[in-house]
Ligand binder design. Sequence first.
Ligand code: PMM
Length: 433
Amino acid sequence: MSEARPIVMGVLNVTPDSFSDGGAYSEHDAAIARGIELVRLGADLVDVGGESTRPGATPVSSVDEQARVLPVIGALAERGIQVSVDTLHAETAAAAVAAGARWINDVSGGLHDLEMLGVAADASRRSAVSFIIGHWRGIPDPAHVRSDYADVVSEVVAALAERAEAAVAAGVDAARIVLDPGLGFDKTGAQGWQLLAGIDELRALGFPVLVGASRKRMLGEALAELPASPRRPSGGGAPAHERDLATAVVSALAADAGAWGVRVHDVAGTRQALAVQAAWSAARRGPASPARANDPQRVNDAQRASDLPADRITLTGLEVFAHHGVFDFERAQGQRFLIDAEVAVDLAGAAADDALARTVHYGELADAIADAVGRDPVDLIETVAERIADVALGFDGVRSATITVHKPDAPIGRTFSDVSVTVVRDAASRAKP
Ligand code: PMM
């Protein structure tokens, strides 16, 4: 049983046939409008993909994929919308992050493109990007289904544990990893249900779990015996778009089973199902417990750990010349310090009103940090980081600050590329005595 509402990831497929409307809008405009609509309906983040991973789909080059998704990602991110990029290609992932995506969703978990883990690592370090690792056995191919598992739950759990380990070894921040059992990817319907029933074993790995059952064949199979009805006029297994009610039911059950998130096409239906699940779950916990399931602050588990809202402003590589250090020559000569600052702040109001006054002015933040680093020398970069955190938390609306101070020219008698410290501070704990 889970207390917090799972995040809802709205699916936005930007493929040539997804948005053909006779030419009233360009495909990009229509996709952007649909992404905004998904958020209005209750999506916490929008998953933008430009290549179908359905069995038998024609592969798309990463160049074509980028032409489809980057303008959409850029436009949505500019409006303060949390965006993930659904891609198998490292180049697309990197370009999407540069365009404003804050999540990389790779259904192959880095197996399809060996550069992916490096891109995810870089993005998680520099831009606080999260990495969704799907379970996968290869390009989906109707002629070659690799669903021969002796025990699908333990094998998928072991494979995802291995991928997560590889990601961490490559430098991905473990707090930003999400695991996905990859329903429908080389799994039969029955194996999909076993994986959902075994979600606890996957959660036991310690990472948030995302469920992507939306409109999938396993739902059609579960409905196959039912007669046609107004909502399922086709009856039987029903075409994909007639499986939204079944998807919403899975969302509620996944929430009850402790899923961190659900990836769905019909956001409104899933939000209704989650509201019902939340009411039931709150009553089960009793009146004394806080109804966290209704918490309007849409956060993910990784972020919940440090109680950060999902929105953030990130400033990286701010260079300041200063005289900190334990050695006299450091104090006398000075050296470069590079600062990364991530401040958690609710950006919804600023985005809605397009109002600078309702957000943190990043130019002013940069100036304030530079002033704080430049003044009175201290021995430790820990002290410098703490000082910057104080400054950042002084900006209106900043709920927490993650500050990294790099000292790339530190006096270390070995070849090295960087040394840094990171402090994570939140406004609530600062307020306490
Ligand atoms: N399924 C699809 C595409 N992307 N991403 C994640 N994380 N999990 C999934 O299960 C998943 C995905 C294929 O479904 P679609 O064609 O309906 O988008």
